[in-house]
Write a protein that binds this ligand. Structure first.
Ligand code: ATP
Ligand code: MG
Length: 400
C-alpha cells in the first residue's frame, strides 16, 4: 500500500481529537493546532507511524501501518493537553448500507446500554448521494428497528451516533472520551519548576503544563543529608509527569554546601527562608540559561511557616521573573485529590527525607522582615555559593 497523503488509512480505525478553547482564539488558532499536532506526533512515535491532520478544530489521527499500537496510542492521547474529547472511529465504505452496518456492529455495546440516541451526520464529500439530514434519518430509522429498546431523542440523547463522510471513507463513532483539557504544551511559553519530593510541587507543575507551559525542572539535592533514594524519587516524580509534559529535563543542583554555610552563619529561625531564597536565585539562573520566562513552586498559602504571605514576599523578592504558585489557593485535600488523579501521590508519600525537612528550624519565623533577612545574608558570599551550585548541576533527561 502506498503512503501518499491522500490514500485511505491502512487500519480501519482512526482517532478524532476535538480541540478545546483554543478554537476561540482567532489568529492563534493555526499556531495552536500546529503545536497540538506536533505534540501528538512526538508522543505517538513509540506506537508506530501515524498521519496527523487538522480540519475545523478536529485533529484526525490515522495509522499508516498495520502494526500501529492503537490501544497504546489512545491511552497516550488521553494525556495530551489541548484536547477536550477524543473518539475512536471506524472507517467504512461510503455507502449508506456500509455506514449503517458499521454503526450496528461497531457501536453495538454503546447502543445496548443506552435508552435514547440520535444520529448526527457530516459530509465533506458533497458528491455523496444523500444530504446529511437524509443520512441521519436513514441510519436513525434503521438503528431503531435493529435496537427496538432505544428511543430517538434530539435534545438529551445518551448516545450520539456520529457519521462523517470524508474524501476517502466514511467514519462512525459514538460519544467522545473526555480529553486532558487545557492548552497544548508550548503555546504558553516556558518556565522552570522547583520540584521537591513532596505532594505539592508535582501538582503545581502539572497545572502549569495544563495551561500550555513547557517546563524544565530544578531539584535541590543535599547529599549526604538526603539519600540517593530521595533523588531517585524526585526523578520518578518527573518521569510520572512526562505523559503530560513531554520530555523533561531535570537540573539536579548540589545544595549541601549552601545549607551547611547557612547553618554555620545564620540564625536558625530564618533558616528555611534563607534556603528558599537561594533556591529561587538558582532557579532563576537556570531559567536564564534555558530561556524560561517564569518560575513555578508548589507553595500553598498558610500550609507551613515559610508559606505565609510575608514569607512568600521575602522569597519571591530575590528574583525578577514572575513566580507562579498554582496551588496557592488549594486545600491540602484538593491537592491530594489532583495528585491521585495524575498518578504522583503514591510516589510523593514515599518516606525519603527532603533537604528542607532535614534542616527544619524548631521555631521558624512566620512574619519575616526583609532587613533582618538581608542582615543575615550579609555574612555570606551569595554569588560564590550560587556559582558553585550552578557549576555542579547534573542534567537528567526523561522521556515519556
Ligand atoms: P512540596 O509538597 O512540593 O514539597 P511543601 O508544602 O513541602 O511542598 P516546602 O517544602 O516549603 O513546601 O517547599 C515549597 C516549595 O519549594 C515546593 O513546593 C517546591 O516548589 C520548592 N522546593 C522545596 N524543596 C525543594 C527541593 N529540594 N528542590 C526543589 N524545589 C524545592
Ligand atoms: Mg516539601
Amino acid at each position: 500500500m502506498s503512503n501518499t497523503p491522500n490514500t485511505p488509512p491502512v487500519g480501519d480505525e482512526i482517532f478524532l481529537l476535538k480541540m478545546g478553547e483554543m478554537v476561540l482564539k482567532g489568529l492563534n488558532r493555526r499556531t495552536f493546532e500546529e503545536r497540538l499536532m506536533g505534540n501528538a506526533r512526538r508522543r505517538l512515535q513509540k506506537h508506530g507511524k501515524f498521519r496527523i491532520t487538522s480540519r475545523q478544530s478536529i485533529t484526525y489521527i490515522e495509522p499508516k501501518e498495520a502494526s500501529c499500537d492503537m490501544e497504546g496510542a489512545f491511552e497516550t492521547l488521553r494525556t495530551l493537553f489541548g484536547v477536550v474529547g477524543l473518539s475512536r472511529a471506524k472507517a467504512c465504505e461510503k455507502t449508506p448500507e456500509a455506514i449503517l452496518e458499521t454503526a450496528k456492529t461497531y457501536l453495538r455495546d454503546d447502543l445496548m446500554e443506552a435508552a435514547t440516541f440520535k444520529v448526527e451526520s457530516k459530509r465533506s464529500d458533497k458528491t455523496f448521494p444523500m444530504t446529511s439530514i437524509q443520512l441521519s434519518q436513514y441510519v436513525g430509522g434503521e438503528l431503531n428497528e435493529a435496537f427496538p429498546h432505544i428511543q430517538a431523542d434530539m435534545h438529551h440523547p445518551d448516545v450520539v451516533v456520529h457519521v462523517e463522510v470524508r474524501d476517502f471513507a466514511a467514519y462512525v463513532h459514538a460519544n467522545p472520551t473526555p480529553g486532558a483539557g487545557g492548552l497544548p504544551v508550548g503555546v504558553g511559553g516556558k518556565a522552570v519548576s522547583l520540584l521537591s519530593g513532596g505532594i505539592d510541587s508535582p501538582v503545581a507543575s502539572w497545572m502549569m503544563a495544563k495551561r500550555g507551559v513547557a517546563l524544565e525542572m530544578v531539584h535541590f539535592f543535599s547529599y549526604p543529608y538526603t539519600s540517593p533514594e530521595a533523588k531517585e524519587k524526585v526523578l520518578e516524580l518527573a518521569r510520572l509527569l512526562t505523559p503530560w509534559t513531554g520530555r523533561l529535563v531535570v537540573h539536579v543542583v548540589p545544595f549541601t554546601q549552601i545549607q551547611e554555610e547557612l547553618r554555620r552563619s545564620c540564625p536558625e529561625a530564618l533558616f528555611t527562608l534563607l534556603m528558599r531564597r537561594f533556591m529561587m536565585r538558582i532557579a532563576e539562573k537556570v531559567a536564564q540559561r534555558v530561556g524560561a520566562e517564569g518560575l513555578v513552586t508548589g507553595e500553598s498559602l498558610g500550609q507551613v511557616a515559610s508559606q505565609t504571605m510575608q514569607a512568600m514576599a521575602v522569597t519571591g523578592q530575590v528574583c525578577t521573573l514572575p513566580v507562579f504558585r498554582p496551588v496557592v489557593g488549594m486545600d491540602k485535600e484538593e491537592i491530594i485529590r489532583t495528585a491521585r488523579k495524575i498518578g504522583t501521590f503514591e510516589t510523593s508519600i514515599l518516606p525519603y527525607e527532603d533537604c528542607c525537612t532535614v534542616f527544619t528550624p524548631r521555631h521558624p519565623k512566620t512574619r519575616p522582615h526583609l532587613d533582618e533577612i538581608e542582615a543575615a545574608e550579609a555574612a555570606l558570599d551569595i554569588d560564590g555559593l550560587i556559582q558553585a551550585a550552578v557549576e555542579g548541576i547534573e542534567r537528567v533527561v526523561l522521556d515519556p
